[in-house]
Ligand binder design. Sequence first.
Ligand SMILES: Cc1ncc(C[n+]2csc(CCOP(=O)(O)OP(=O)(O)O)c2C)c(N)n1
Ligand SMILES: [Mg+2]
Length: 685
Amino acid sequence: MTHVKRDDSYPPSYGKYSRKSSDCRTGRASYRPVGGYLQIRSNFQKAHDRIGRGFFFTLEKFKMNKTTDTPRNKQTETKGKLGDSMLGSEILVKALEKEGVDTIFAYPGGASMELHQALTHSKQIRTILPRHEQGGSFAAEGYARATGKVGVCMATSGPGATNLVTGIADAYMDSIPLVTVTGQVPQAMIGKGGFQETDFYGMTLPVVKHSFLVTDVTEIPTIISQAFKIANSGRPGPVVVDIPKNIQQTRAQAFFPDDVNIEGFDPESKKISDLELNEIIGLIEKSKRPLLYVGGGIISADASDALRKFVDATGIPVTTTIMGLGAFPETHELSLRWLGMHGSAYANWAVSGEFEKDKEGNSVKVTDGSDLLLALGVRFDDRVTGKVEKFCENGTIVHIDIDPSEINKNRKVTLPIISDVKYALERLAEMVSERPLQTKFDSWQNQVRDWKEKAPFGYHVTEEVMKSQHMKDHLSGSENEVILPQMVIDELYKLTEGDAILTTGVGQHQMWSCQYFLSENPRQVLTSAGLGAMGFGYPAALGAKVARPDKQVIDIDGDGSFLMNVQELATAKIEKIAAKAIILNNQHLGMVVQWEDRFYAGNRGHTYLGNPDDMKQIYPDYVEMIKGFGLPVERVMFKRDLKAALQRMLDSDEAYVLDVVVPYTEHVLPFIPAGHTVADMIWKE
Ligand SMILES: Cc1ncc(C[n+]2csc(CCOP(=O)(O)OP(=O)(O)O)c2C)c(N)n1
Ligand SMILES: [Mg+2]
């Protein structure tokens, strides 16, 4: 079996012993040690014997409980500076400072309190205490997603570390640069099932880009530099650095390299050739209906300006993924907004064609979709493609990505290219401005315009809403004042004029946030896309606000999702982080309810979040709860109060929560049921 790895990011000398996860197609499982530490031992021992390095731990080393005898690795030969005599914990803090870290979200415990002691002496790093490690990991992600810089979080061994796993998995799925530092039990205790020991290194293997277990105190600076480099080069991702307590307590003089050269790891050197670029231009010249399908890779690569130039020079319309929101301005006439399960009908039509039902109820194609799909920095996620073989079935597909493991993984394409996408777009823009295309795409652009006019995102108060329990319980006599969830985001978009950073939970509110808030720029809507992790919204907003204090940062959340990390309100209050939150409170797990309505005849399977003994009550009482955290809060029930309440929230200098009560009967449309095609898209009631 061949092992194709993300980025090819292993130094070859680490080989399979690096314990880095790989993509699922190539059988991550074969990397995974079956029996924990003992099983790894033989592999690692072999690796150690072969390469004579101290990068990989061995049981012998743990037994020795000292680490400074490890053979020096190559980095000592590079330029740098020998540090003063310091404790391992202090070396770590210095190494983080050297990487430019200004914020760390860290929750202490027995195996990491040494690190916290050292952090108290840092003048550069602000240590923020989240109220749950999961909150800390999402906050670090929010920081990273808002800036493109590496987010950093830290936890103690055992339960502290396991609480980080969801955040790490989230960063892995969405390719977010994250360095997580965890304390580990002393080396002598590893493998013995001692208090708060978990094999965190092993546990996180399938969801990290790389991981280190530090066995030599003097290697901390090199490992930290490597961790940051790996996290944020090529396709970004999470890196775990697990540091046993005895290493933190060991005094040593460590070498701080100016730069680290990781042998064999140079993802950014992958560049498309002019020959391939000419081939793409040739395909565009021949095409009648070219379409750009762009994703988070454009944002990670900082390639949106280059994309804009290329579109200006060619007139090719653009659709993005949710991770690619803002890679191209959504207000631009050539923007088709985002595509997929709940994306715009017109983006989905532009990819695969427009279908209508005939008299017998069969779907028939009425207009062709794209004949040339330029897929850049995307991964053909199933929420985008639906039934993947039908996705742009009749088009030629060009796929450019930095990560070889994405090529032909979900969708076989005509022209796959491994390249830095920014370079590819810059060169393409240059080439087409030097030698303009012979083709114009007027009729295709007109088609796109017609589609946009035919099926804009929209909402209205339906009969279902009027007849709903929500109306009876909460709006009897004031039915005209009902607030639909979509209205809230629409109004917020108008009030902020689109100049804000949004985070979201996961569910219906998430989809409406992406539909009704148009991203002009990258890094405006931060959402857990690949993992779909409820609880992401508010902690991510904290991280984003810390990183971008100049911006309004607003978490648009569901009542279910918000409750999952509600404790982070304490972080906001105590750390004075003015991240706002709007709870679109439908008293239900709305997205699951929507599926129940569509596919399970409306049978409710534990999707009601309110109090069944008193359905007129709004439960839990967020107003009382948020008051308990010492933060301002308002409940909004009537449309007439919405705008002013939103404005008060925006005007607040501190964290502020609006609990907006909305009906649960709304469905997110358009909707392409999972595994189906655009022919099955429900786009109007
Ligand atoms: C941690 C986690 N658990 C469960 C789910 C499954 N899930 C997806 S959406 C959803 C409902 C979310 O409810 P809420 O946050 O109130 O948002 P709404 O859909 O009502 O807007 C659930 C349970 C998930 N995505 N994440
Ligand atoms: Mg809800």
